[in-house]
Design a protein around this ligand. Structure first.
Ligand code: SAM
Length: 253
């Protein structure tokens, strides 16, 4: 049956139609009583309809598309008043206290969404997110791999990341050209005590900005001269663990 709305490529609107997959995704959340959940990009409600049916949890959604906002309000009475019609990247934190995030994220803004999660980190308990598989793998990657990079280090400094499962293109309307993947992040409560995220991010970005060079070259303009004698400076960014990056940040910045 055709739906009474348009699908907007510019907003990454690949909607899930495979109900088994929708159920598999929502099953990843722990629905303990009083749990607060925000869904990013509810779209046509593929996941939302299961979330609003859960008893004892608080649900909110953030959707940028006014057409989908009106569609959801008209189709699912229980969702009325729970959708924030806004660009998630401009949104302020949706709850007081801890909450979980779930979403089949628009792939064109995967990295900015990740940075939003890091901005909200002190209150985000857990994220169940679907990304383009390649991005999901980058976020979950460890040192020594080709895809280990800025997103891996920044995310893993604050969250334990687990790649959960693949989602093939035929689960969506229209099917995307690429495979998708669902990832779980669990907040590890800033174990490294990173107190200046901007500085940490600047260091990691500079290191991976020239990933083929040794850190001695890549970080020359970022760290004080004394730091260049450190043995870690003989390595390349992709060889450093998250703890190594934290060591450089704490010692030299
Ligand atoms: N959750 C639905 C599903 O699984 O079928 C829709 C997922 S679709 C991949 C992404 C959704 O995010 C769309 O509904 C789109 O309108 C919404 N979206 C895109 N950019 C957004 C933004 N900046 N802020 C909030 N929502 C956004």
């Amino acid at each position: 049956m055709s739906k009474p709305y348009t699908l907007k490529k510019s907003l990454g609107q690949h909607f899930l139609h495979d109900e088994n997959m929708c159920q598999q995704i929502v099953a990843q959340i722990d629905y303990s009583a009083g749990k607060k959940i925000v869904e990013i990009g509810p779209g046509g409600g593929a996941i939302s309809k299961y979330l609003i049916a859960e008893e004892g949890i608080e649900y909110k959604a953030i959707e940028i598309d006014e057409e989908k906002y009106h569609y959801l309000e008209a189709t699912y009475p229980a969702i009325k008043g729970k959708i924030i019609l806004q660009d998630v990247l401009q949104a302020s934190i949706p709850y007081e206290g801890a909450f979980s995030v779930i979403g089949n994220f628009p792939y064109n803004i995967s990295s900015p969404i990740m940075f939003k999660m890091l901005e909200w980190e002190t209150q985000v308990d857990e994220v169940i997110g679907m990304f383009q598989k390649e991005v999901a793998e980058r976020i979950a990657a460890g040192p020594g791999t080709k895809v280990y990079g800025i997103l891996s280090v920044l995310t893993q400094a604050f969250f334990e990341v687990t790649y959960l499962f693949d989602v093939p293109p035929n689960c969506f309307t229209p099917p995307p050209k690429v495979m998708s993947g669902v990832v779980r992040f669990v907040n590890i409560h800033n174990p490294y005590n990173i107190d200046n995220f901007k500085k940490f991010k600047m260091l990691v970005k500079a290191a991976f900005g020239q990933r083929r060079k040794t850190l001695r070259n890549a970080l020359r303009s970022v760290v004080p001269p004394a730091a260049l004698a450190d043995a870690l400076m003989d390595k390349r960014a992709e060889q450093l663990s998250v703890a190594d990056f934290v060591y450089l940040y704490r010692t030299y910045l």
